[in-house]
Design a protein around this ligand. Structure first.
Ligand SMILES: CC(=O)N[C@@H](CC(=O)O)C(=O)O
Ligand SMILES: [Zn+2]
Length: 315
């Protein structure tokens, strides 16, 4: 009887409406290319009992092959922006955020899409990374567990951004279950086949999970290793705000590897080493991401954590 199974499992609604966003940043080519492909022919992303909509979120930025036109779309889904009057006079991405919120939201309402996958590329050596915004979303945690198992021995890490100050208002945040997918390294404006295929495989398993869930499969309790965002580290700068050091060669490309107090972090242009002076071991990621120079961020530090997912099944 379903009511008795529901005593042991969190009973959740089926995930009937799913969207796959590409081009939230117009120069991140794997997501742009995959979504354009799926708009033409969506057979690959259709699953029984699920309606999956591929969608280019920032067409003007895609056309110009730039991150954004007026302002970063993946920071634009704030309550202020989403309710701002002004119509055509608003920045392009704010108008676009309002449109996306009308189609796939409204954010935080029962009418919102169930799941949104938002496809990104990074210039950092992060490999496949799934980005979560909540440690309490048991549906997403179970999905992460499923994907990790399905792609083994390849690996896919989970980045959790629940930081009260560093969290931002993403395009995917209009969904009930927002999932970011970040794959790198890939330069901006460039397509690399290995990165493209890695992204495609993760999406395949993610959609398989949703199909199984909707078919009534019960997922037992599990734990998921995640890396929780702790701190943003800026480049060293002079009094005028100009950068005076680069990511140290010992740290470059070492995303997810432990950084200990005393380890080299930056190298000045005249060859001096600047060391990490935090209180304990952290796991840096987004190291030397091109898009983050404008955000005064050389990398973020994270801490490893085991997240607990309850059993889930559909109502
Ligand atoms: C390189 C890049 O664009 N990263 C994404 C991460 C995310 O989707 O949360 C961003 O800053 O919006
Ligand atoms: Zn991006």
């Amino acid at each position: 009887m379903s009511s008795s199974s529901c005593n042991n499992s969190a009973c959740l609604n089926e995930a009937r409406r799913v969207a796959i966003f590409g081009g939230t940043h117009g120069n991140e080519m794997s997501g742009v290319t995959l979504v354009n492909l799926w708009v033409k022919n969506s057979a690959e992303i259709q699953r029984k009992g699920v309606e999956t909509k591929p969608f280019i979120t920032n067409p003007k930025a895609v056309e110009k092959c730039t991150r954004y036109v007026d302002t970063d779309l993946n920071r634009a889904f704030t309550p202020e922006n989403l309710s701002a009057p002004g119509g055509d006079n608003l920045p392009y991405e704010v108008q676009r955020a309002q449109e996306i919120n009308r189609i796939f939201g409204p954010k935080e309402s029962p009418d919102a899409y169930d799941v949104i996958f938002d496809l990104h590329n990074t210039t950092s050596n992060m490999g496949c990374t799934l980005i979560l915004e909540s440690s309490k979303d048991h549906f997403n945690l179970q999905m992460m567990h499923y994907i990790k198992k399905a792609i083994a021995p390849a690996s896919c890490l989970v980045l959790l951004n629940e930081h009260p100050l560093l969290k931002y208002s993403t395009s995917r945040s209009v969904a009930k279950h927002p999932v970011g997918l970040e794959v790198g390294p890939q330069p901006q404006g460039v397509l690399r086949s290995n990165i493209f295929e890695a992204m495609r495989v993760i999406l395949k398993h993610a959609l398989d999970f949703i199909e199984l869930f909707n078919e009534g499969m019960e997922f037992p309790p599990c734990t998921v290793e995640a890396f929780r965002v702790l701190e943003r580290i800026d480049y060293p700068r002079d009094a005028n705000g100009n950068i005076i050091a680069m990511v140290h060669p010992n740290l470059q490309d070492c995303d997810w590897e432990p950084l200990n107090p005393g380890d080299p972090m930056f190298q000045t242009f005249d060859g001096k080493t600047i060391r990490y002076h935090g209180s304990g071991t952290v796991y840096p990621t987004f190291i030397n991401e091109a898009a983050y120079y404008e955000k005064q961020q050389a990398f973020v530090t994270t801490r490893r954590e085991a997240l607990v997912a309850s059993a889930i099944r559909k109502i």
